[in-house]
Write a protein that binds this ligand. Structure first.
Ligand code: NCD
Length: 301
């Protein structure tokens, strides 16, 4: 990796990805055996200035399972930032208390800014509509568990809010390292994938075309990111654009996977949860070994 921080998926080389996937798999075994103490004496600072369940709790669980401890700030209204402290100062201070910081902010680019001022490694847990690189790694890990990524052809279709969905932005960059991956983007025009993430070989759809449903190996579904729309009328127009129900999923390949970073709102009906293609709860579970691997990695352990 070209820096001690994890800020964007663009920083990973193929060998980084291979190493992290392997390490996460080792961590999964360690978890089964009851955890480890390699982070004994170390502290994770979790600064989450946007709602989070999975990302924060899996970072915290990961640190606990590594034998370390956690300090956290989860609501900016309780932070000195409401007294006028600038984020740069908060980071300098928390970097003096903790050995590694996981941060989630509302503003694209702010994790990078935090890293600039931090004396310890910063892990970007989502910066506005920017990126979510640790999520992309757990997504990759989940795909690699179920599919021969890089060895066989793999059709991956991203569905939903591709404009504001930061997990999509980060995962797309990761998938570019693997041969044989064909990418489709399925979204209404107003929330289609931004040009910066697009390549010429990608396919664009505005509807859940039959080809997407029946030929995808992985469908990566996402929530409409209501909080990031400037125009609520636009949100109302797209909020029910795609809804996966059992009838649609039964038309998918039997060995296909449906992933979703969660939380879901209405885009996947609960009746899908028990179908073999539904992998999103397992995906969320994979956040723990993957984040254990990442914490160990940035701490040089
Ligand atoms: C995602 C996020 O925060 O970007 N959730 C997550 O981290 N698992 C997706 C979302 O909020 O829709």
């Amino acid at each position: 990796m070209d820096c001690q921080h994890i800020l964007s998926s663009a920083q990973f080389s193929r060998s980084d990805l291979d190493r992290i996937v392997k390490r996460a798999s080792d961590m999964e075994e360690i978890l089964l055996a009851g955890g480890t103490k390699i982070c004994d004496g170390k502290i994770l600072g979790a600064l989450f200035y946007e709602p989070s369940t999975r990302t924060r709790l899996s970072f915290e669980t990961a640190m606990h399972r590594l034998g370390g401890r956690v300090i956290s700030e989860t609501d900016v209204t309780f932070s000195s930032q409401t007294k006028g402290e600038v984020m740069e100062d908060t980071i300098r201070i928390v970097g003096g208390y903790a050995d590694v910081i996981a941060i989630r902010t509302k503003v694209k680019g702010e994790a990078k800014l935090a890293a600039h001022y931090s004396p310890v490694p910063v892990l970007n847990g989502g910066d506005g509509a920017g990126e979510h690189p640790t999520q992309a790694l757990l997504d990759l890990y989940t795909i690699a568990k179920h599919h021969k990524i890089g060895e066989e052809k793999l059709k991956v279709s991203f569905v939903g809010d591709l404009k504001y969905g930061r997990t999509v932005h980060s995962l797309v960059k990761v998938l570019r390292h693997y041969e044989g991956v064909e990418i489709c983007f399925v979204a209404p025009e107003v929330i289609q994938i931004p040009d910066e993430y697009l390549t010429e070989s990608d396919k664009i759809f505005h509807e859940l075309h039959d080809e997407v449903v029946t030929q995808s190996d992985v469908i990566y579904d996402t929530r409409m990111q209501k909080e990031r729309f400037d125009d609520m009328e636009q949100f109302q127009e797209v909020k029910n654009a795609f809804i996966f129900d059992a009838e649609i999923v039964e038309r998918m390949k039997a060995n296909a996977s449906i992933l979703h970073p969660l939380p879901r709102v209405n885009e996947i009906r609960q009746e899908v949860d028990t179908l073999p293609q539904a992998k999103y709860f397992e995906q969320a579970q994979n956040g723990v070994p993957v984040r254990m691997a990442l914490i160990a990695e940035v701490l040089g352990l």
